[in-house]
Design a protein around this ligand. Structure first.
Ligand SMILES: *Cc1c(COP(=O)(O)O)cnc(C)c1O
Length: 344
């Protein structure tokens, strides 16, 4: 029986229909602005996120790297972001190297900090104090990946944005899984993303495309972003081949994220009944399930032997992520395997 791969929503393979769209994509030289499929995708994402312009990039990591470089002035500028945020842990320390940024982690429930926490962090580094770094940029991760796929409440996003703007900070939305938040909340993508200076979505998470992400912002910021795309080797040629996967995903793989969310909830409810596993299914809002267990690497190794892959994200924490290659029947199989492994 095939593996139930809940390791990550990055593990999806393109569907036959997506491969057909990729195979028939019109292409041109992207660096010259002549790839019609890339141009179409950029226009589509700019409109979706409520921004003037957008830039197709190979990865979400490059979206963060370029956006942060646009906002941060090397020379003591500070980026304030959630303690579990992606740039702090999974981007090879890149913000220190490519932007010279000081990253200040903010505590908060499941990756979501409050306006008060942000206000206090900014107050700790007052304007005009030559001893202090300069608070310059706030980043919000929606949904919170290592926070368990939580959806920041719209009001809380509004509150942290208000604090950031009042203090003259730039604002960035890491929307790797923004469309999961859109489907879970019913709040449109532009309502989430337009108030930020820059925002991006990833095509390789729940959307199920093989390559690519798209960064949106003002025409001026995106023009400047093009310089870094070129400088850092992210400018491509007939990139319509991969952009076609993104367009296909926006057409066919957004509403279906609701299935992933229902599957994650079902997985969480089943896991919560097993001895030694601690989680609250009500905290599962989208496609990520994080639970506590005494020996996470041990459990994952035994699950793998039983045909189910999950990821140990710490000595006692496991992450399971649903996506379009895992259907409801596979979730039931995963639960039967988990029950057998836990009881053995
Ligand atoms: C995956 C992810 C990224 C990086 O995206 P890649 O396309 O894998 O480079 C950034 N932020 C968050 C929250 C992510 O989940």
């Amino acid at each position: 029986m095939s593996l139930v791969n809940l390791y990550s929503d990055t593990q999806t393979r393109p569907t036959a229909a997506m491969r057909a769209a990729i195979a028939s994509a019109e292409v041109g030289d992207e660096q010259r602005g002549e790839d019609p499929t890339v141009l179409a995708l950029q226009e589509r994402v700019a409109a979706l996120l409520g921004h003037e312009a957008a830039l197709f990039l190979p990865t979400g990591t490059m979206c963060n790297a370029i956006a942060i470089r646009l906002h941060i002035r090397p020379g003591g500028d500070e980026l304030l972001l959630g303690r579990s945020a992606h740039p702090l842990h999974f981007e090879a320390g890149g913000q220190a190297a490519t932007s010279g940024a000081l990253l200040t982690p903010l505590d908060g429930e499941r990756g979501m900090f409050t306006a008060e926490t942000l206000e206090n962090a900014i107050a700790a580094h007052p304007v005009g104090d030559n001893h202090a770094p300069r608070p310059r940029l706030m980043s919000v991760e929606q949904t919170t990946n290592m926070g368990g796929g939580r959806v920041w409440p719209l009001a809380q996003v509004g509150e942290v944005l208000a604090v950031a703007v009042r203090h003259g900070l730039r604002t960035h939305l890491d929307g790797a899984r923004l469309l999961n938040a859109v489907v879970a909340s019913g709040v449109a993508a532009d309502e989430w993303a337009a108030p930020f200076d820059t925002a991006w979505i990833d095509f390789t998470k729940g959307l199920g495309a093989p390559v690519g992400a798209c960064l949106a912002g003002s025409s001026d910021l995106i023009a400047e972003a093009w310089r870094y795309k070129q400088m850092w080797g992210g400018a491509m040629r007939q990139a319509g081949i991969i952009a076609a996967g993104g367009l296909h995903a926006l057409d066919h793989h957004v509403e279906r994220l609701a299935e992933d969310h229902a599957n994650a909830r079902r997985l969480a409810e089943g896991l919560a009944t097993l001895p030694g596993i601690v989680l609250d299914p009500d905290e599962v809002e989208t496609n990520i399930v994080i639970f506590s267990v005494p020996d996470a690497p041990g459990l994952c190794a035994r699950l793998e032997g039983a045909g189910v892959r999950m990821g140990a994200i710490g000595p006692d924490r496991v992450r399971a992520v649903t996506h379009l290659d895992v259907d409801a029947a596979a979730i039931e199989r995963a639960l039967r395997a988990a029950a057998a492994v836990v009881r053995a």
